[in-house]
Design a protein. Structure first.
Length: 82
């Protein structure tokens, strides 16, 4: 049986930083409380009381532009007299 995430759950996995120390130490995916998909990033940091994880999540959007991107001048073609 496959693992099924429930709202509020996420899983983190060790991230290959590829030599860039600004990249997160752990990354993963999950579900926000409203059921929307999220991307989770975590960094291990050193504080006054010891090590801790600083985390961030981003809502993943499914809406990707489809078709030709609209430019600023697309509507001008009709005004050209030739």
């Amino acid at each position: 049986m496959a693992y099924e995430q429930k709202p509020g759950d996420f899983a983190l996995f060790k991230n290959d930083k590829e030599g860039n120390e600004k990249r997160p130490d752990y990354t993963g995916n999950g579900l926000a409380l409203d059921g929307s998909r999220i991307k989770v990033s975590a960094w291990i940091k050193q504080g006054a009381k010891g090590k801790f994880m600083s985390c961030r999540f981003q809502v993943m959007t499914r809406d990707k532009p489809q078709g030709k991107p609209q430019g600023k001048f697309d509507d001008l073609e009709e005004d050209i007299p030739f």
